[in-house]
Design a protein around this ligand. Structure first.
Ligand code: HEM
Length: 408
């Protein structure tokens, strides 16, 4: 059973609890505090916007170790963030994704997914991914000028690619997107979260029934076959489907959108990549390192006491390894705050490490590469419309533009 999060009294009340660091309003960040925290307080206690506290880890070496440490588990989204109404306990299945799975069940699912998510399989799909990008950009170019690139391309593209690969009907997005948001939203009541979780499970189960009746060339069909062979159980496949609905596209959207903002606002960066496509592989790795989306989005929970930098993380405490802070650690990356599209040595941690590292990393890289190539080809003179700075959600720690108004 998951230990009750954050219920124990703070054993170190004399130490300062910081407010959750946020990027400067109206920008993608990163929060200015990261540099100071890395230098002076690498294990800091922070108060999150919803009132709970957690340990914040900002140094590269610590994040690298902690994210792969088996003494830290991933609490279910239903257990995090803690909500005032969490006293209402029931034992209905929660929103279990791959991240909360463990042991042989998790290992079997990872094995079944290794081939379809491999570099080789994703490479085979590149022409298809490019066609999806071009189709969306055709429609965008036919629309009004200026246009919102977030709504027209940066949001739909990763969703379309994921749906096509996994076998979730893209046409159903109006139905499942609000539910996925409700299940993930921090401000919802537990009751709303439960209802959304139930709908999502029913939706994925219905998709699996359909794959059994009408097999297709996609991942869900292949996983249903694996169930038939007895190598996977139904529950694991449902969990995979839920993982795709809540984690299989939105991170890519945010990274791609921030990457485009970084290229368009960094002096000469967009033109540089447009004119030297050989830079693309290094540029993609550098953009993944540089754009600070992951401000404490991986939530871990200690299952035993852990000593770090002379302090004790108690069993049950929440721990946030801040990937965006680790990726700007100047002890690992020269000129860490500089977007260097030619950076050669780039051991960033953007896809995590260990048993739960990102299984979609090759797909994410392909989406960013193909998405940028399609944009550079179609709109060589793309620019942010004068006087229409990107809009950001300043209250959210996860930064990507809500709108990006562009001319071409
Ligand atoms: C730029 C885009 C992406 C980034 C930066 C990213 C990052 C991450 C990170 C850091 C984790 C590890 C979380 C942890 O340790 O708890 C993770 C896990 C995961 N990611 Fe991604 N991701 C991206 C795109 C994708 C895509 C496109 C897919 C699939 C379509 C995907 C599927 C998953 C899944 C299923 C897991 C859980 C794996 C497990 O628990 O075994 N991700 N991702």
């Amino acid at each position: 059973m998951t230990p009750q999060l954050l219920s124990a009294p703070d054993p170190e009340p004399e130490r300062k609890v910081l407010d959750f660091p946020l990027p400067p309003p109206g920008s993608m960040g990163p929060p200015a505090e990261y540099r100071r925290l890395r230098q002076e307080c690498p294990l800091a206690k922070v108060r999150l916007p919803m009132g709970a506290t957690a340990w914040y880890i900002t140094r590269y070496d610590d994040v690298r170790e902690m994210i792969a440490d088996s003494r830290l588990i991933r609490p279910s989204i239903n257990d995090w963030p803690p909500r005032p109404d969490r006293a209402v306990v029931d034992d209905k299945p929660g929103l279990i994704t791959m991240m909360e799975m463990d042991g042989p069940q998790h290992a079997a699912l990872r094995r079944a997914l290794a081939e379809p998510f491999s570099v080789r399989s994703i490479r085979r799909r590149l022409p298809r991914i490019r066609r999806s990008a071009d189709r969306l950009l055709d429609a965008f170019a036919d629309g009004d000028r200026p246009g919102d690139l977030v709504a027209g391309f940066l949001e739909p593209f990763p969703l379309l690619v994921m749906c096509d690969l996994v076998g979730i009907p893209y046409e159903d997005r109006e139905y499942f997107l609000p539910m996925a948001d409700a299940a993930l939203g921090a401000l919802i009541t537990l009751e709303d979260g439960r209802r959304a979780t139930r709908w999502l499970r029913e939706y994925i189960s219905a998709q699996l029934d359909r794959k059994q009746r009408e097999p297709d060339d996609d991942m869900l069909t292949e996983l249903v076959r694996e169930c038939g062979r007895g190598t996977l159980d139904d529950e694991s496949v449902v969990n995979f489907g839920l993982s795709m609905l809540v984690a299989g596209y939105r991170t890519s959207t945010m990274f791609l959108a921030d990457a485009v903002v970084a290229l368009l606002t960094g002096p000469g960066q967009y033109a540089r990549l447009r004119d030297d496509r050989d830079l693309m592989p290094k540029a993609v790795e550098e953009l993944l390192r540089y754009v600070p989306v992951q401000n404490g989005v991986v939530v871990l929970q200690a299952v035993e006491d852990i000593e770090l930098h002379g302090r004790t993380i108690r069993a049950g405490d929440a721990v946030l390894p801040v990937l965006a802070a680790a990726n700007r650690d100047e002890s690992v990356f020269d000129d860490a705050d500089w977007l260097d599209l030619c950076r050669a040595d780039n051991p960033h941690l953007v896809f995590g490490r260990g048993a739960h590292n990102c299984i979609g990393s090759h797909l994410a890289r392909a989406q960013m590469t193909v998405g940028l190539e399609a944009l550079l080809d179609r709109f060589p003179d793309l620019r942010i419309t004068d006087g229409r700075e990107p809009a950001w959600d300043d209250a959210s720690p996860i930064k990507s533009p809500l709108t990006l108004t562009v001319h071409w």
